[in-house]
Design a protein around this ligand. Structure first.
Ligand SMILES: NC(=O)c1ccc[n+]([C@@H]2O[C@H](COP(=O)([O-])OP(=O)(O)OC[C@H]3O[C@@H](n4cnc5c(N)ncnc54)[C@H](OP(=O)(O)O)[C@@H]3O)[C@@H](O)[C@H]2O)c1
Length: 322
């Protein structure tokens, strides 16, 4: 395997470098996954909300059929969307997502966001998105404890090997740890030099929860939404400090950004549809940054978050990271 692995608290090995599937168009998703497997990726980070699980599953099936990889060598991650948090909704939707992928089990299944929204029947709209109808965001009363208890039964039923959380902050993790019979194996969070969240990382380290960084390139992923605070920033890959560190090691700025995360023990899941960039992203662990260079990148921290609902639609509807 090209990527190093991290031993999860569930006992399973997880590739430290995986492949992100958000915004991979349906038209190309099957080929992108197939090509990424050929390049050497073994972890794929999917979700109901990405709307491309059927196509991603086809890429996996093709690679398995051609003998490039075996199912047990892959590490497939998916996520529960907010509209399926009620305990009795969890298992049916996991089974639908597994059928979409053409798989019998996930390696890791995450609560995508710590917010429960009113149930939407998949026959009516799938993926359901944030809005119930029109611009209405309607919450449901499901607690995280109810959802997590249902997650624990997914492990018992062998529908997923490990379970985890995403977009949680410390207070809610402390609460979850009080009642969890199975602790979360991973926490997936937005993490890049503009958003370090060191105390959250400290908590996860102390509790044995592996952290996966998403949107490692910071604003790069959010320019297409025309987010003004993303557009106004100097792109991290064009920043003079990042570029000069990259030049020193004869690496790409993108590899420096990923190495800053993996050298500090995090997993990463960069996304690209360009085959020529897949290898560089995957192989970025083949060098080490000095402690001074790591500190210089950490010093970029400004607490700037891009991936929050209030950046996508009017703020009077939902504030998850308040
Ligand atoms: N849990 C959550 O709520 C959550 C939220 C966001 C993301 N995620 C997960 O994390 C994954 C990664 O995050 P992300 O997709 O937001 O962003 P990302 O991986 O940080 O950045 C993707 C952007 O960077 C470009 N890019 C990738 N590699 C590059 C390279 N070597 N050089 C130059 N440009 C490069 C891509 O362009 P091209 O595609 O055009 O190459 C794309 O525009 C997602 O795909 C998803 O699986 C999870």
């Amino acid at each position: 395997m090209v990527s190093p692995v991290i031993k999860l608290n569930s006992g399973y090995d997880m590739p430290q470098v995986g492949f992100g599937l958000w915004k991979v168009d349906n038209a190309v998703a099957s080929d992108v996954v197939y090509n990424a497997i050929k390049v050497g990726y073994r972890l794929f980070d999917g979700a109901c909300d990405y709307g491309n699980e059927v196509e991603c599953g086809k890429g996996v099936a093709r690679a398995i059929a051609e003998g490039i990889v075996k199912r047990e060598e892959l590490f497939i991650v998916s996520k529960l969307w907010n509209t399926f948090h009620e305990g009795h909704q969890v298992e049916p939707i996991v089974k639908k997502q597994l059928a979409d992928w053409g798989l019998e089990y996930f390696d890791l299944y995450l609560i995508h966001f710590p917010v429960a929204l009113k149930y939407v029947d998949p026959a009516v709209r799938y993926p359901p998105g944030w809005h119930y109808e029109g611009d209405k965001v309607i919450r449901s009363n499901a607690s995280i404890q109810e959802t997590w208890t249902a997650f624990e039964s997914l492990v018992e039923k062998k529908l997923t090997k490990s379970i985890g959380i995403s977009n949680f902050q410390s207070q809610l993790i402390y609460d979850l740890l009080r009642y969890a019979k199975i602790p979360p194996a991973t926490l997936q969070i937005e993490h890049h030099p503009f958003l370090v969240q060191q105390e959250l990382l400290n908590l996860c380290k102390a509790e044995g929860i592996t952290v996966t960084a998403y949107s490692s390139f910071g604003p790069a992923s959010f320019l297409e939404f025309d987010m003004q605070h993303a557009v106004k920033l100097t792109p991290l890959m064009e920043d003079s400090t990042i570029k000069s560190i990259a030049a020193k090691y004869n690496k790409d700025p993108s590899q420096v950004l990923l190495r800053w995360a993996t050298q500090r023990g995090l997993a990463v899941i960069p996304k690209t549809t360009r085959v020529e960039l897949m290898t560089a992203n995957l192989k970025h662990t083949e060098f080490d940054l000095s402690e001074e260079d790591i500190a210089a990148i950490t010093a970029f921290n400004r607490g700037i978050r891009f991936n929050q609902p209030s950046n996508y639609f009017p703020t009077e509807l939902l504030w998850i990271f308040g």
